[in-house]
Design a protein around this ligand. Structure first.
Ligand SMILES: [Zn+2]
Length: 285
């Protein structure tokens, strides 16, 4: 298990990355379109498993002095190797009622699984829950079309019931956003569709420093080095690639730090455009 938390400042905003745990997936789910030999070499060069991707889940706690914000809630109790975020918050001196804003980047189970408590009530009782309006519309529609995902059907079939259960329980607490919006001073949500229809990125800007949290717009650093490699969890792969490109170009142009929910802990670093194609990931803040 990686260390539990990592602190840094974005100007006057105190940031703490909190690990919720990890999930393990077959490598082909993460890189369904990568060439076999190229993927083999890339994994070999990083000395990571050819068969399994161990994918961390990292939530972000923001303390502005006025507000206490949690970005994504982890997988909750459904995943035996995850669900640690509440305990991590307690270590940081934060109790669930202290959180006044929860940003749900999207409604996949590893991001909303911790949003409800064991009795299916909002786990953060005093919070407003920010969610993309297209995300709500997608999961709450009569028919949820997940044919774009390249993961097994048994897994796909679990997504909509989990999302609907969570969103239904949060229905009096959600605030839906349909455009780029400053939700708190220095904290912006940015529509970043493709992974899911209402997927959101988050931009922090304070005192000249900036962090762009791209959530699941890239699920692994290899998705930066090889931007043409799709992620099997992306519902609309072409749209997801375009969004990934837009966000990374924005980060480079704006000299921003980057954060990604599934990158190796603590998931924070910098990107630079490579001369050939794609981007180089350098971890650290
Ligand atoms: Zn995810």
């Amino acid at each position: 298990m990686p260390a539990g938390s990592h602190r840094f400042q974005v100007g006057s905003i105190s940031c703490t990355v909190l690990t919720d745990g990890y999930c393990g997936y077959p490598t082909s789910w993460f890189f369904p379109t990568a060439g076999a030999e190229e993927l083999f070499q890339a994994l070999e060069a990083r000395r990571i498993s050819q068969e399994t991707v161990l994918s961390p889940l990292v939530c972000l706690l923001l303390e502005t002095g006025q507000h206490v914000v949690l970005v994504d809630t982890g997988a909750g109790e459904s995943v035996p190797t995850a669900g640690a975020v509440i305990a991590r918050l307690e270590v940081e001196g934060i109790r669930p009622p202290d959180i006044d804003t929860v940003v749900l980047t999207h409604a996949h189970p590893d991001h909303v699984g911790g949003a409800l408590d064991a009795r299916s009530r909002p786990a953060f009782p005093n919070a407003r829950y920010i969610l993309g309006e297209p995300e709500w519309d997608f999961w709450m529609a009569e028919r949820v079309d997940l044919h774009g995902l390249r993961v097994p059907g048994e897994l796909k079939d679990t997504f909509a019931p989990k999302a609907r259960r969570c969103l239904t329980a949060l229905r009096h607490h959600v605030e839906l956003v349909d455009r780029e919006l400053e939700i708190l001073p220095g904290v912006w949500v940015i529509p970043a569709p493709g992974h899911t229809p209402g997927h959101l990125a988050l931009l922090l800007a304070s005192d000249g420093q900036r962090l762009l949290n791209i959530a699941d717009a890239a699920a692994h650093p290899l998705h930066l080095e090889h931007p043409e490699w799709e992620n099997g969890f992306d519902l609309a792969p072409a749209r997801a690639l375009a969004t990934r490109r837009d966000l990374l170009e924005r980060a480079v142009a704006g000299n921003m730090h980057l954060m990604a929910f599934h990158f190796p802990f603590p998931g924070v670093g910098r990107v630079a455009a490579r001369t050939s194609s794609g981007w180089e990931w350098t971890p650290g803040w």
